[in-house]
Design a protein around this ligand. Structure first.
Ligand code: KIV
Length: 305
């Protein structure tokens, strides 16, 4: 395998040399300056490195890796150990972006002490800088306790995928007055609890705009309209590696499925037609060894005659 540094490659600016480390404090400064924040998910070293070097502000090791990387049906089955494995790989690829890790289902709902232990593992063993927890008002005590353990927490409200069975599917949330009022209460409660940022997923643009105006913490939207302080997308959605019709809010910026298919098919065709590898792609014996080998082989041939 060959490992070529991406940074410094002609035509690929080395953003790490140009930009400062993104921190929890800098997220708030960006909100105050109305500078949009960018966040993408990443689950492995190579993608994390490319995304970081593309100057994305925040990299989230989302529990969406359950579907994108591991092929599970939803996020409910992914475990702490599986998440940690990916967080460590991403950590090795990230220099400047803020690194967030999703607390998987079951890692914080059962027992607050377990939750703190699991959050600590993400920081200590995984190198995460922020942990993300789904849920509103009901999570505030837990969030305060995790912050007390010196771990910044990101909130996540609206369409929270870990509640898929309670919601009865992946449905846009906050569509009636009661639901809007609850979302506002959730957002304000999490803001007061001190979240580092607040992910807003699958809610009407108007509601996300109200929340963004109301809270001091930066809001990061996914399917929540343009008024959020920042936007997040799942990397596999962005590059067409999700094998299905995209959600309404997804914009595809590339077609990795087509690129990989084309590369795999071209490799296959070259091997089948003996076009790969060529002589230039092969190693050769040193001249002296080659001559000695010829002599040995010739002697063997002569003895057989
Ligand atoms: O797991 C994930 O990818 C997420 C984002 C959609 C915010 O939580």
């Amino acid at each position: 395998m060959s490992l070529t540094p991406i940074a410094g490659h002609p035509g690929f600016p080395d953003h790490n040399k140009l930009r400062d480390k993104i921190t929890v404090a800098s997220l708030r400064e960006r909100k105050l300056r109305h500078e949009p924040l960018t966040c993408l998910t990443a689950y492995d070293y190579a993608t994390a490195r490319v995304v970081d070097e593309a100057a994305i502000d925040m990299i989230l090791v989302g529990d969406s890796l359950a579907q994108t990387m591991l092929g599970y049906e939803n996020t409910l089955s992914v475990t702490m150990d599986e998440m940690l494995h990916h967080v460590r790989a991403v950590r090795r690829g990230v220099k400047s972006a803020l690194l967030l890790a999703d607390m998987p289902y079951g890692s914080y709902q059962v027992d607050p002490n377990d939750a703190i232990r699991n959050a600590t593992r993400f920081v200590k063993e995984g190198g995460a800088e922020v942990v993300k927890i789904e849920g509103g008002e009901k999570r505030t005590d837990l969030i305060r306790r995790i912050i007390d353990a010196e771990i910044p927490v990101a909130g996540h409200i609206g369409l929270t995928p870990q509640s898929v069975n309670v919601m009865g599917g992946y449905k846009v949330q906050g569509k009636d007055l009661g639901a809007i009022e609850q979302l506002m209460r959730d957002a304000v409660a999490l803001d007061h609890a001190g979240v580092a940022c607040l992910y807003l997923e699958g809610i009407p643009r108007e509601v996300a705009a109200m929340i963004t105006a109301e809270v001091g913490t930066p809001t990061i939207g996914i399917g929540a309209g343009p008024e959020c302080d920042g936007q997040v997308l799942v990397f596999h959605d962005v590059v067409n590696l999700t094998f299905g019709p995209p959600a309404k809010f997804v914009r595809r910026y590339g077609d990795a499925a087509a690129l990989i298919t084309q590369a795999a098919q071209a490799f296959r065709a070259d091997v089948k037609s003996h076009q790969y590898p060529s002589d230039e792609e092969s190693y050769h014996l040193p001249k002296g060894t080659k001559a000695a080998l010829e002599t040995v082989l010739e002697r063997k041939r002569a003895m057989r005659r």
